[in-house]
Design a protein around this ligand. Sequence first.
Ligand SMILES: Nc1ncnc2c1ncn2[C@@H]1O[C@H](COP(=O)(O)OP(=O)(O)OP(=O)(O)O)[C@@H](O)[C@H]1O
Length: 203
Amino acid sequence: MNSESVLQMTSQMLVCRKIIVLTGLPGAGKSVVGDVAREMGLPVISLGDVVREEVAKKGLEPTLDNILRVANELRKALGKNAIAKLSINKIASACISNCIVVVDGVRSLDEIETIKESLLKDVIILAIHSSQKIRFERILNRGREGDPKTFEEFRKRDFEELSWGIGNVIALADKMIVNEGRIEEFINEIRKFFSEALRNWCT
Ligand SMILES: Nc1ncnc2c1ncn2[C@@H]1O[C@H](COP(=O)(O)OP(=O)(O)OP(=O)(O)O)[C@@H](O)[C@H]1O
């Protein structure tokens, strides 16, 4: 029996009602959403962490170049849905005992199709959007290892992600939250979104 059939069999045991996939360009605020989701008791699977794990497995430093190179190599070797394929067992595990599972960092419609087809669950796309200038300022302030240091590097990363199809995911989002104001307002809006989701699908 191949792994797809095993997953389809297992999907009947998965109790989750919805998978909320989180998308948005770098610095838009996805990690903040992930933190709020965890605070509210929801499991969050990060596709970015899956790429970082692959970078570490190869013994490479988590620099921006290495992260982008490994992500591109995985897509060439396994297809446009590579990162979703590598994450599917983690998502399925979270789906066994949670009503909603959040997947952070979806960058293409192919990844969404893979999640839908493998787990046979409804997928809701939550897109976070902010202007390029605001995102760049936030990334400079964040100072995360592997983050772009110049506007040129930052733009290169934006265009890399756009080439993977993230623009289509944002355009087809079920819910769009614009994050350009105070962080407290953003956090309140996210809490409201997850509270409604829990009320609609988990009671
Ligand atoms: N409304 C806001 N006001 C001020 N700071 C913010 C706001 N939203 C997010 N931030 C901060 O901006 C930085 C970037 O946000 P975050 O790390 O959540 O982006 P991201 O979408 O996860 O980016 P990436 O795709 O690169 O991981 C973080 O330090 C975050 O705390």
